[in-house]
Design a protein around this ligand. Structure first.
Ligand code: GLY
Length: 364
């Protein structure tokens, strides 16, 4: 088993990465001093596959386990579902010490994290990600959120988990489109921080997309090692952490505007390519590197251009971009790259410039 630590003083925790880990979570939590009630929040896809192994281990370690299941899908990341979970927690007499365990992908992790952060002003949270997206990004770092209207992740809290357990065996049942979805964040981490990892991905993307467990484990580990120190340096995103939003200014807007028909990783891939083209236009990035990025994104089964969806209109998209959480004093803090592995923040990028590269040759 691999352990990567997220150093946040008294809120530090480990990400444990390996195979066959689910049955051990109960004992690990007991050893960390937890006991009593625990609530697993999961969804209708993940529950039948993985809840039993986790539940058994928790029960063997002496926990009293309750499982709350939500329907699978991004539509659940709402205040309404959060409200239903508060209600269930109250009915189960959940206390301040009741552990919430998020078992699932990004939606379950973000939503259960938000509920854990707010129920009784915060109950302990453990993340057990079962999708690549959650393993490489959303399960650690402490961002919890729900969507609000068409604005993605607009309401939330920074709330760190006590432990993250990434059992890569769970990736075997992940649909290919979801593997690709997680790969968007993987490529992002490489592009902004690690040229060597970018080259590793160029060599190994085919193996990863064929579910080679060894390659996937390496990818999950490498991502944790890239993101953990960024979070440790800038937990609340006042500087360095902003770089993790590479591709997301455009990505969040595209995702929301498509009514979530376009998945997060796909939207981020489109956003990353738009940012790369902007960097090329401004003379930062060589055409060859833009091409390499494009090839890698395509090898992961992700799009490099905006699809022709009726609901994606230029003006509305650019309006949404102006609502991005990174806008300060009316200026977009846009993440660009100077080279593969070297990202920076620019306030020179206007919605109009973004529109030009995104809608290049498209009718709106
Ligand atoms: N997903 C970006 C971050 O955790 O900051």
């Amino acid at each position: 088993m691999i352990k990567v630590r997220v150093e946040l003083r008294e809120n530090s925790y480990e990400i444990r990465i390996g195979q066959g880990l689910l049955p051990h979570v109960g004992l690990w939590l007991k050893k960390k001093g937890f006991s009593g009630k625990t609530v697993i929040i999961t969804d209708s896809n993940v529950r039948p596959l993985y809840a039993a192994a986790l539940e058994r281990g928790l029960a063997d370690a002496g926990f009293k386990v309750t499982v709350f299941e939500i329907p699978a899908g991004e539509e659940q990341k709402t205040l309404t579902t959060a409200g239903q979970l508060y209600q269930l927690l109250a009915e189960a007499f959940a206390e301040r010490t009741t552990l919430i365990i998020a078992l699932g992908g990004g939606v379950v992790g973000d939503l259960a994290g938000f509920v854990a952060a707010t129920y009784m002003r915060g109950v302990p949270l453990v993340q057990v990600p079962t999708s690549l997206l959650a393993m490489v990004d959303s399960s650690f770092g402490g961002k919890t959120a729900i969507d609000y209207g068409s604005l993605k992740n607009m309401v939330g809290a920074f709330y760190q988990p006590k432990l993250v357990v990434a059992d890569v065996d769970t990736l075997k049942t992940l649909p290919k489109i979801e593997l690709a979805n997680g790969m968007g964040e993987v490529i992002k981490h490489a592009v902004i921080r690690d040229k060597g990892f970018f080259n590793f991905l160029r060599k190994n993307m085919a193996g990863a997309m064929a579910y080679d467990t060894k390659t996937l484990k390496k990818i999950v580990e490498k991502n944790a090692r890239i993101k953990a120190p960024v979070v440790a340096t800038d937990e609340k995103e006042s500087g360095l952490r902003t770089l993790l939003n590479y591709g997301h200014t455009v990505g969040h807007a595209v995702e929301a505007l498509s009514d979530f028909q376009i998945k997060h990783g796909q939207a981020v891939a489109i956003g990353m390519m738009a940012a790369a083209k902007l960097a090329q236009r401004l003379g930062f990035l060589a055409e060859k590197k833009v091409k390499q990025m494009e090839e890698l994104i395509l090898a992961a089964g992700l799009p490099v251009n905006l699809p022709d969806l009726d609901q994606i209109e230029k003006e509305t998209l650019l309006e949404l971009i102006k609502h991005d959480k990174k806008v300060r004093d009316g200026k977009i803090r846009f993440v660009l790259i100077k080279a593969i592995g070297n990202a920076f923040i620019s306030d020179k990028i206007t919605p109009e410039l973004i529109g030009e590269v995104l809608f290049d040759g498209k009718h709106t």
